[in-house]
Write a protein that binds this ligand. Structure first.
Ligand SMILES: C[S@@+](CC[C@H](N)C(=O)[O-])C[C@H]1O[C@@H](n2cnc3c(N)ncnc32)[C@H](O)[C@@H]1O
Length: 259
């Protein structure tokens, strides 16, 4: 009797945002040249380092600016545990004070992931991120998607919350909602288009379909198919616009000298 082939493992997480950032790091290395040192990343609202630590592990010098001292304490210990403590700098400040705390140093890649949901003025926050970006550098915005949040509430039986969220202009379910807003693709895109220093480069959905694949489905071990499907869906409306988070990349124009 021939042995049955072993089942393929559950596909690894597919992450179009991480893939885009990896591609940008390569581009930034070429742009800067090897003599210029590591790629400089500024992660605003970087929290405990979900993005910052992996980027430091890829060789970047990362500065995290966050208003929460607790989050930064977790970040420091996480960076130490990952062996990248030397490459991660933690600064406690509000996004509005970015120019002061970064001492006029401009980064090749500036992240605002999970930030615009909490700030008082998203337009002003995007302006601060753009101002902290080196000429030719990239701003990456990742924002909770109001439509995905509505669907998630319905699937978990919280239909009243879903209705309030959909009806509310800020995409909140009520006064106790921790987020000040959830956005859609058009809103995040418009924020970038209002900022003269930035040129919109890419709009995609983060985690459109990958989370829906059951772990033990018959062909769940088809990572290549799943990766290709997720990549395609991430830029194909209307699927793109239902992703858990809206991801927008925007390029800073080369209009001032590098610091
Ligand atoms: C949802 S967490 C996102 C963490 C991380 N960027 C990620 O994507 O996993 C939001 C973070 O933004 C920080 N934050 C909220 N408002 C801020 C502000 N006005 N300026 C700087 N950081 C802020 C919070 O302290 C928190 O750590």
């Amino acid at each position: 009797m021939t042995a049955r082939p072993a089942r393929s493992p559950v596909p690894p997480a597919v992450d179009v945002v991480a893939d885009s950032l990896r591609a940008e790091l390569e581009a930034a290395r070429l742009r800067r040249g090897s003599a210029a040192g590591p790629v400089r990343v500024l992660d605003v609202g970087g929290g405990s380092g979900a993005w910052a630590v992996p980027l430091a592990a890829q060789g970047c010098d990362v500065t995290v600016v966050d208003s929460s001292a607790n989050a930064l304490a977790v970040l420091r210990s996480r960076a130490r545990d990952a062996g990248v403590g030397e490459r991660v700098r933690a600064l406690q400040a509000d996004v509005d004070a970015l120019a002061e705390v970064t001492d006029g140093v401009h980064a090749d890649l500036v992240l605002g992931h999970g930030l615009l949901e909490y700030v008082d003025d998203p337009s002003s926050a995007v302006r601060s991120l753009a101002g902290a970006t080196a000429p030719g550098g990239l701003v990456s915005l990742l924002v909770a998607n109001r439509y995905a949040a509505v669907l998630a509430r319905v699937v978990s039986g919280r239909v009243g919350e879903a209705r309030r969220m959909l009806a509310d202009p800020a995409g909140r379910w009520g006064a106790a909602d921790q987020l000040l807003r959830r956005m859609d693709t058009a809103e995040v895109t418009a924020l970038v288009e209002q900022e003269p220093a930035l040129t919109l480069e890419r709009v995609q959905g983060h985690r459109v379909l990958a989370d829906l694949v059951p772990e033990h489905a018959p062909d769940a071990g088809a990572p290549a198919d799943l990766a290709a499907l997720e990549e395609l869906a991430s830029t194909t409306p209307p699927l793109r616009d239902l992703a858990s988070r809206v991801h927008v990349l925007a390029r800073r124009g080369a209009d001032r000298p590098t610091s």
